[in-house]
Ligand binder design. Structure first.
Ligand code: ADP
Ligand code: MG
Length: 436
């Protein structure tokens, strides 16, 4: 595609905070800067919860920044307009409308003559490969076809900027790949009635496959950690060594910046976490599964995360939380895109089931502050019981309601496995009922 210097979109020092129930604020985006030029696909790559959708909503004019500016073609973005359209992860179609009606809807809002609406809608339906499905209802379509309707509905308005929020992540692997390559073909042939694309994804390979530039997003608060240009020519081949090298580099970047904290200019590989850190939800099965996989041949205790990801068919949204929890519990060190088991991690791998529980509970109570806290409260009380709401209230001083709920669910699951406390969901109460 031709790349000219038209500044389609300019995001300048954008900050977004949401009010918290207690009167404080939750900072979700901090100092985000980005620019989209004509002819480019820009990727926003980050873990879930890093604020990617929040940024897209700001760009779409669906919400306003707390501070900073967003400009489309040099003008401030104040409300949704036809120049910027969005494709969502959940196809968000109207079930009572046909494919044609779902697509045409976007134009009806613009008050266009009926004949033009019909022509433009049929053209969009054609372009995106939905020929023959015009009168079908969403329930009759596969996920892939539904998402094609999502694309057609966004394209029908001929937006300058197409925003895509994880558009392939709800599809199965093969369907997703077909939609990606179809999209790239149309884009490279200049058939899309659009000038630039912002693609939100948590899939590193998808970003390298599709984007001209990748902005790597960090969490808490969401911000851009780095920008990576992709100069490989389209169509790109996932097996090309240069492709692999770039994937590897991004893994390194994302693990280095996410999992380490810098203390006195020294990188701390076991970040000290307080009760205020949001815990990812991972199962004890995936933790022991990962330890076993890393301990076994061919890795023998140290593995390359991109390789593990592709061997175990795990995306970063599954892989990173597990690696991160292992690091927090000091079963592994994560650095530079590699995961290396600690002595305790190796010991766990070879231990018998009962020993495993002992090692696990020792590490849980020594290194995970929320587990320590719950256990201490239970130990101190004569009843050895405490309501979940009590801990939720405490966590909400540090995080929003969803994150507090998620962290407690995570600690319940780890605590049960380790048998360091019990939890009864009916009464929403922690206790020491089972533990020895
Ligand atoms: P991503 O798309 O990267 O997964 P989101 O932008 O959806 O991330 O969310 C980022 C963070 O902002 C999350 O912690 C989420 O709970 C919070 N958040 C998003 N929208 C709101 C809102 N309207 N009110 C309060 N918190 C919100
Ligand atoms: Mg999102």
């Amino acid at each position: 595609m031709n790349t000219s210097n038209v500044d389609l979109l300019h995001v300048n020092a954008v900050r977004k905070a949401f009010p918290k129930p207690d009167g404080g604020e939750l900072l979700v985006l901090d100092n985000v800067n980005l620019q989209l030029n004509e002819g480019q696909i820009v990727g926003l790559l980050g873990r879930s919860g890093s604020g990617k959708s929040t940024l897209l909503r700001l760009i779409a004019g669906l919400s306003q920044p707390t501070s900073g500016e967003l400009h489309y073609l040099g003008k401030p973005i104040t409300c949704p307009g036809p120049g910027i359209a969005m494709v969502f992860q959940s196809f968000a179609l109207f079930p009572w409308l046909t494919v044609f009606e779902n697509v045409a809807l976007g134009l009806e809002a613009q008050g266009m003559p009926k004949a033009d609406i019909r022509k433009r809608s049929l053209a969009a339906i054609d372009l995106i490969g939905l020929d023959g499905f015009e009168s079908a209802y969403p329930r009759e379509l596969s996920g892939g076809m539904r998402q094609r309707v999502g694309f057609a509905r966004a394209l029908v308005v001929h937006p300058d900027i197409l925003l895509m929020d994880e558009p392939f992540s709800a599809l199965d692997v093969l369907t997703a790949e077909t939609l990606r390559t179809d999209f790239l073909d149309l884009w490279s042939e200049g058939q899309m009635p659009i000038k630039g694309v912002i693609l939100v994804t948590h899939n590193i390979e998808e970003a390298v496959l599709m984007c001209d530039r990748i902005l790597v997003f960090g969490s808490n608060p969401g911000r851009i950690l780095s920008e990576i240009g992709v100069t490989l020519t389209q169509p790109r081949n996932r097996l090309d060594p240069n492709f692999r090298e770039l994937v590897e580099r991004i893994y390194v970047e994302m693990t280095a910046k996410r999992m380490d904290t810098t203390v006195n200019n020294r990188t701390e590989h076991f970040p000290g976490v307080g009760i205020g850190s949001v815990l990812p939800r991972v199962s004890s099965n995936s933790l022991s599964g990962m330890i076993e996989a890393v301990a076994a041949a061919p890795f023998n205790g140290a593995a390359d995360l991109p390789k593990m990801g592709s061997d175990l068919q795990m995306e970063i949204d599954e892989l990173f939380p597990v690696a991160e929890t292992l690091q927090m519990m000091r079963f592994a060190e994560v650095e530079g895109g590699d995961i290396k088991l600690t002595e305790a991690g190796m010991a766990f791998a070879t231990a018998a089931p009962n020993e495993r529980k002992q090692i696990f509970s020792r590490h849980l109570l020594n290194y995970v502050p929320l587990a320590m806290h719950v256990r201490r409260v239970l130990d101190e009380r004569a009843s050895h019981k405490a309501r979940k709401s009590r801990f939720i209230d405490e966590l909400e001083d540090f995080m929003n309601e969803d994150a507090a709920e998620q962290s407690l669910r995570a600690i319940i699951s780890l605590g049960r496995y380790a048998e360091v406390f019990a939890y009864d969901d009916e009464t929403a109460t922690f206790s020491l009922d089972n533990p020895s």
